[in-house]
Write a protein that binds this ligand. Structure first.
Ligand SMILES: [Zn+2]
Length: 251
């Protein structure tokens, strides 16, 4: 593949040898990409600035037979504010973690790239809004082909009428179920939660930031979407419990 150029968001990194770091980037053109950044731990190196988490840059990457290396790059947006505040940093790490867990390397997903780019911007401008996190979760899984099915029962295909009793959601089958088809393991959700799920699918996060959610709806949404993502990625979202504990602290 040789040398190529791509727009990239740094997701995370780990030390390698004396001065290098192995960075996981999410790129617009080639999807998730791990690459070695030589000298990234030398404080004043240009490389060290490029690989800071959530930095958006134009990178030149050399793809070798086994390993890719960052040759050089220019910063487009340093997103410094996301690293200077613990809550913002934790929320940004949570978004980055979901992308990292759900995507394979070298699988271009431009729509997801734009979603992450926009969500980091909203986070910086508006702070940590639970509705932004929920919107990100449902949009991410939908873009990757697992959009929750909310119109018909996923088992018997009967149309779901809102307002009758309660709604049931099957994580494994990825959608809503009628009361006849519900099984023990399915989640019970209120119709309020069902309606917000629909709105989150229809409306971009930026237009929903003023939406106030009842506590119950907020809890049901979070538990459903997080379980859905953990089921699909077969991983535990490690950052979530720390983020929850920060959000629970009185400000
Ligand atoms: Zn049914």
């Amino acid at each position: 593949m040789g040398l190529f150029s791509t727009e990239a968001i740094a997701l995370k990194g780990k030390d390698l040898g004396e001065a290098d770091r192995l960075i996981t980037f999410f790129t617009r053109e080639v999807g998730k990409k791990r690459a070695v950044a030589n000298g990234a731990r030398r404080i004043r190196s240009n490389m060290s600035a490029l690989v800071q988490p959530f930095t958006v840059s134009r990178l030149y990457i050399y793809q070798g037979s086994s390993l890719s290396r960052v040759r050089s790059g220019e910063i487009l947006e340093n997103n410094l504010a996301l690293r200077e505040d613990l809550l913002l940093m934790t929320a940004a790490s949570y978004l980055a973690e979901m992308v990292d867990y759900l995507l394979e390397e070298d699988d271009p997903q431009e729509e997801v790239f734009i979603l992450l780019l926009n969500s980091l911007t909203i986070l910086k401008e508006k702070g940590v809004q639970p509705i932004l996190l929920r919107s990100f979760e449902i949009r991410l899984i939908s873009m990757l082909g697992y959009q929750p099915r909310l119109e018909h029962c996923v088992k018997c295909t009967r149309e779901i009428k809102t307002g009758e009793g309660q709604a049931f959601f099957s994580i494994g089958q990825g959608g809503i179920k009628c009361s006849n088809c519900r099984e023990e393991m399915d989640k019970t959700i209120s119709w309020g939660t069902f309606k917000v799920l629909n709105r989150l699918l229809e409306t971009p996060a930026r237009q929903l930031l003023n939406l106030r959610l009842e506590d119950r709806v907020q809890k049901e949404l979070e538990s459903l979407l997080v379980e859905f993502i953990e089921y699909r990625s077969e991983r535990r979202l490690n950052t979530l419990s720390f983020l929850q504990s920060l959000l629970a602290e009185p400000s």
